[in-house]
Design a protein around this ligand. Sequence first.
Ligand SMILES: [Zn+2]
Length: 227
Amino acid sequence: MKQDASYYQIKKVHLWIAIFVTMCAAWVVNCKQDLYAGWERFQEKESNACEQLDSKLKNKKKCYLCGKNKKSMMAYYRKFDTIGIISLSDWYVMDLGLQEYEEQENISENDPHISFRMTNLGGVSIIESSAPDRGMATMDISLSQNCEPDTQILQKNLCQNCLNHMMDALAPSAYPLCLVDFQTLQIYSLQDCYVGYSIRDYWVEIEYDDDRVKIKAFYLPDRQEKK
Ligand SMILES: [Zn+2]
């Protein structure tokens, strides 16, 4: 009596396709929660995209960006020909370390060296290293999961003109960061659609990796101007 075959023949290519599909399905099931969390974070950033707001600052001279306010480091850094960042979760201003200065406005003549600075405020952690004599600096910024711009601080302490520029810089997503030129007070967006800037004599490259932002900055004056 002839028995039914207990196995089937399939082509090798079909077998590999079946294995590949099974492995993909297993990977999706395994990473489902991570993928969903990533999608939620993306949606949250998109929904946080900032709109234009009304300033509540009565005295323009006290503007954190263009005025004189002792609570903002802008008044200090404005004396210097350099660029920096502003953390908008708590209005923390920091230069990129491309040049060093004495108490007055002259460039420091310290021996060549590399300097490091670290700070962690308002959910924004910054590690900066710079070689001022070479005009090079890097900044590695890590953002905590719920870190976002404090729009109340911005509304209370920026004049309407500066607030408008700041809110423009926060669209389309809402990394709570921006670059600032201390000489012109121009704001440059640090959202993930901007990967570089040429700011006067400074060249800036930016990389984004989820909740991290890496900045490389160089001081590159025009040789023609020095002739
Ligand atoms: Zn202002």
